[in-house]
Design a protein around this ligand. Structure first.
Ligand SMILES: Cc1cc2nc3c(=O)[nH]c(=O)nc-3n(C[C@H](O)[C@H](O)[C@H](O)COP(=O)(O)O)c2cc1C
Length: 368
């Protein structure tokens, strides 16, 4: 009952997705800045195995030339693809893919700039039904697991309060070469949303959900990418990471704290119960950037109007020290709300890449 409902409600890949293509190795195009895009789309006609072979062979050759890596999954008439590579290369590839008549209803699930590839070691991603394609016998070239199965498992362990099982599972992904950004954006954030759906479908209690989210938070914290002291660039920027006033779920905000600290930011946190408490803190601290997070698990649509007011008021108190304001949470991850709709400068679709994007925005702010 639980898994059936989770699968039908989740916007991410569903159980049994058919992995047909991987990226190319990381030797090519290893640039400092890597654009990363994930989308899903609907096939306009059901492709045969040889249609997929053809698509994959051509795609692999072009991706290789462009230094693009990633993965492509297909099942039940839907594609899910993650692509990563130098921003200009990805841009031209993305315009080709968008124009391609083999699919439509293209929906971007996440888009960000990162410093490391998620799929650099994934040379060829296959499942049993593509056995006619060659497999590269490199231990690091692991097939991307059927993501949905892992998400279900994460949800199950979190809702059952099995922290040992959860941490062992997540540590296993890290040992297999998954970067912490990959674990956050492909597993932990989708698992939070799946738990939110379970709660909305009355499949778990609010307490289960809250405990489950804090377990995911600890698991995400345990696999954070810890840079060596030499690689930490002290950015001298200061960020205030806050949950939206009254928001009980703090998964996104706490995972962001790891990321900003690792990137050398000065980090303050706030879990305000009222707007006044938050604006007082903004007024006292004059942060260069402020992130306000709604629940990563539940769509808090009713909170949008007050979020807009909170942002307006935060800008007023910070008038002499303009602050870049970013927002996040499931509503923004699902693209139901945008930065513009609440008057923010940036809406994060996930945690990965946020410190880099905000550093760019703070720099632009300072130049002005
Ligand atoms: C779902 C889907 C995913 C695709 N992924 C890639 C890809 O990763 N790399 C690639 O070169 N082409 C990919 N293609 C094919 C491109 O859309 C396009 O046909 C190809 O790059 C040739 O581009 P052009 O028509 O602009 O020359 C994909 C097509 C579909 C339908």
């Amino acid at each position: 009952m639980l898994s059936r409902a989770l699968i039908s409600a989740r916007p991410r890949p569903v159980k049994g997705w058919y992995v047909v293509m991987g990226g190319i190795n990381s030797q090519n195009g290893s640039a400092d800045w890597i654009a990363c895009l994930t989308y899903k789309s609907t096939a306009t006609a059901t492709p045969s195995a040889s249609d997929l072979d053809f698509l994959v062979a051509k795609a692999r050759a072009r991706n290789n030339r462009l230094g693009v890596t990633g993965m492509l999954l297909f099942e039940n008439g839907c594609f899910l693809q993650t692509l990563e590579g130098p921003p200009t290369a990805l841009e031209s590839l993305w315009s080709s893919i968008q124009r391609d008549g083999r699919h439509n209803h293209i929906e971007v699930l996440s888009e960000h700039i990162v410093t490391a590839r998620l799929f650099s070691d994934w040379d060829l991603l296959l499942d049993g039904r593509m056995d006619d394609l060659p497999r590269k016998p490199h231990p690091a070239a692991i097939a991307p697991p059927a993501m949905a199965e892992h998400i279900d498992r994460l949800v199950e362990l979190s809702l059952n309060g099995d922290d040992l099982g959860l941490n062992t599972l997540v540590a296993g992904f890290a040992d297999d070469g998954w970067t912490s950004d990959a674990i956050l954006s492909l597993l932990i954030e989708p698992a939070a949303r799946a738990m939110g759906d379970a709660w909305l479908d009355d499949l778990c209690s609010e307490i289960d959900l809250t405990i489950g989210l804090s377990m995911l938070q600890l698991a995400g914290h345990a696999v954070r990418y810890i840079p060596s002291p030499q690689t930490i660039r002290n950015s001298h920027y200061r960020v205030l990471l806050a949950t939206a006033p009254g928001e009980a779920h703090m998964l996104g905000t706490t995972l962001l704290a790891d990321q900003f600290l690792d990137a050398g930011w000065q980090v303050d946190m706030a879990f305000p119960t009222s707007e006044e408490a938050l604006t007082n803190q903004v007024n006292a601290q004059h942060p260069d950037a402020l992130d306000i997070g709604l629940s990563e698990a539940l769509p808090r649509q009713h909170a949008l109007a007050s979020l807009r007011t909170t942002i307006e008021h935060s800008r007023l108190v910070a008038a002499e020290h303009p602050t870049v304001i970013s927002v996040g949470g499931r509503l923004f991850a699902d693209a139901v709300a945008t930065a513009q709709s609440v008057g923010a400068d940036h809406a994060r679709k996930g945690v990965a890449g946020t410190s880099i994007r905000l550093a760019e925005l703070v720099q632009q702010n300072r130049k002005r």
